[in-house]
Ligand binder design. Structure first.
Ligand SMILES: *Cc1c(COP(=O)(O)O)cnc(C)c1O
Length: 382
C-alpha cells in the first residue's frame, strides 16, 4: 500500500483489520456485561476518526468518545449514528449545536449545565448528560466531596437527565500504588449519593485502557478505551500483566529521495551537528518535523531500510531527515523507508520512538500531521 502516484511518497498505513481485531480482543478480555466506548478523540490518536469510527461502528461498538463538539459533528457528518460522548463537554454557546447533532456532553460546571438545560427546553427534549466526578485526577470533574450538592442541583433541571456518572484514573498503569483502588472507592460513594438524590444513571464508568485491562474492579458496566484499540499497549499498560493480544494499527513509511557519499570530515545538516568519521553514504528522506518526525530525534532516532536499522544523522529539518545507509548494501533512490512498522525482520514501534523522546506512544501517533496522508488497509471488510 502506498500513497497515490501524484503524491509525495510519505504516508501512514492504517490497518483497520488490526483495529477491529484489537477491539474484539479487548471486548473479550473485559468480559460480558461491559459495554465498550471507543475513544476516537484527536482524530483517533492520529489514525483517522471517521474511518476508524465507521469500521468500529460496523464491528458493533456501543459508544464513541471525542474531546470536542467539533470532533463529534465530524463523525455525524460522516453518518455515524452510534451514541457519542463529548469528554470535554459542550461549551455553553455550543449546547444547541451539540444537541442538534445528537451528541452527549460530559458535564462538570454549572454554566454548561444551565446552557444544555435551556437548549433542551427550546427543543422540547430532555438531554442526557454524563456527570464527570473528580475522584483524584485533579483535572476535570466536580470534586467527589461536593457530590451531594451537585446531585441535588442537577435534580432541579427539568430538561436534563443524568444518563451516566464517570470518573477518570490518574495512575491506573501503576500497580504499586493503591491510588486507583481509592478512586474506585470514592466513586462508589458518589454513585450512592446520586441514587439517594433520585438519579438513576444507566452508566457508571471509570476505566481507560490501563483500568479496563489491569483493574477488573473498575470495569463497571462501561469502559472507555483508546490506546489499546490502536495497539498502543506497550507503554500505557502495566508491565508483566495478563493483557489482551494487541496488534499495531499505524505504520509510517516513505522512500529515499536522494543518496550520496560524503568523505571523512564533511558535515550533514543544519548547525553541522554530524561530522562523518569515514566515508559515509547519506540518504535523504522526505519526512521532517512538520510531518511529525520530531526534531528532538536529530542524531538520535532511526528508520528501517531493506530490513536494516538506519540511524538519523544530523538535524531533523522541517521537510527532511538524513540517515546513514553506509552499511545497507544496494540502498538506492526510491527504497522503502519505514519510520514506524515492520520491514522484514526489523520493527520500530510507536512505543520505541516514545521511549527515545521521553513521552508516550499516544503523542507519537497523534503527532503525524495532515501532510501525511492516511492510507486505509481493509482486507476483511465487513
Ligand atoms: C482519553 C481518555 C480516555 C482513553 O484513555 P486511553 O488510555 O487511551 O484508553 C478515557 N477517558 C477519558 C476521560 C479520556 O480523556
Amino acid at each position: 500500500m502506498e500513497s497515490g502516484p501524484l503524491q509525495r511518497p510519505t504516508w501512514a498505513e492504517i490497518d483497520l483489520d488490526n483495529l477491529a481485531a484489537n477491539y474484539h480482543s479487548v471486548r473479550e478480555f473485559v468480559g460480558p456485561g461491559v459495554e465498550c466506548m471507543a475513544v476516537i478523540k484527536a482524530d483517533a490518536y492520529g489514525h483517522g476518526s471517521v474511518e476508524c469510527g465507521l469500521r468500529l461502528e460496523r464491528e458493533g461498538v456501543d459508544w464513541f468518545a471525542v474531546a470536542t463538539v467539533e470532533e463529534g459533528v465530524e463523525l455525524r457528518d460522516a453518518r455515524i449514528t452510534t451514541p457519542i460522548l463529548v469528554l470535554g463537554g459542550f461549551w455553553p454557546k455550543q449546547a444547541g449545536h451539540g444537541l442538534n447533532h445528537d451528541l452527549v456532553s460530559a458535564v462538570f460546571n454549572m454554566p454548561q449545565i444551565e446552557a444544555i438545560d435551556r437548549a433542551a427546553f427550546k427543543r422540547g427534549v430532555v438531554a442526557p448528560v454524563h456527570v464527570k466526578i473528580d475522584t483524584g485526577m485533579g483535572r476535570l470533574g466536580f470534586r467527589s466531596q461536593d457530590a451531594a450538592e451537585i446531585a441535588d442541583k442537577l435534580a432541579q433541571f427539568k430538561n436534563i437527565r443524568v444518563e451516566g456518572i464517570m470518573t477518570h484514573f490518574a495512575a491506573a498503569d501503576d500497580l504499586n500504588s493503591d491510588f486507583t483502588a481509592r478512586q474506585i472507592e470514592r466513586f462508589e460513594e458518589v454513585k450512592q449519593v446520586f441514587s439517594a438524590a433520585g438519579h438513576q444513571p444507566k452508566y457508571a464508568d471509570l476505566a481507560n485502557s490501563p483500568g479496563a485491562v489491569a483493574h477488573p474492579a473498575s470495569r463497571s458496566n462501561l469502559v472507555r478505551i483508546g490506546g489499546v484499540l490502536y495497539g498502543l499497549g506497550g507503554d500505557v499498560l502495566p508491565k508483566g500483566i495478563k493483557a489482551p493480544e494487541l496488534r499495531p494499527v499505524m505504520s509510517v513509511r516513505s522512500r529515499i529521495a536522494m543518496i550520496k557519499t560524503i568523505t571523512s570530515g564533511e558535515t550533514v545538516g543544519y548547525s553541522r551537528t554530524f561530522t562523518a568519521q569515514n566515508e559515509t553514504v547519506v540518504a535523504t528522506v522526505p519526512i521532517g518535523y512538520h510531518d511529525g518526525f520530531r526534531r528532538a530525534r536529530s542524531n538520535l532516532g532511526g528508520v528501517i531500510v531493506r530490513g536494516k536499522y538506519a540511524p538519523v544523522i544530523g538535524r531533523v529539518s522541517m521537510d527532511w531527515i538524513t540517515i546513514d545507509v553506509t552499511h545497507i548494501a544496494g540502498a538506492q533512490f526510491g527504497d522503502l523507508v519505514t519510520i514506524i512498522g515492520r520491514d522484514q525482520d526489523s520493527e520500530i514501534k510507536a512505543e520505541d520512538i516514545a521511549a527515545e523522546l521521553g513521552t508516550i506512544s499516544y503523542e507519537v501517533t497523534c503527532g503525524f500531521s495532515e501532510r501525511v496522508p492516511r492510507i486505509y488497509i481493509e482486507k476483511n471488510k465487513i
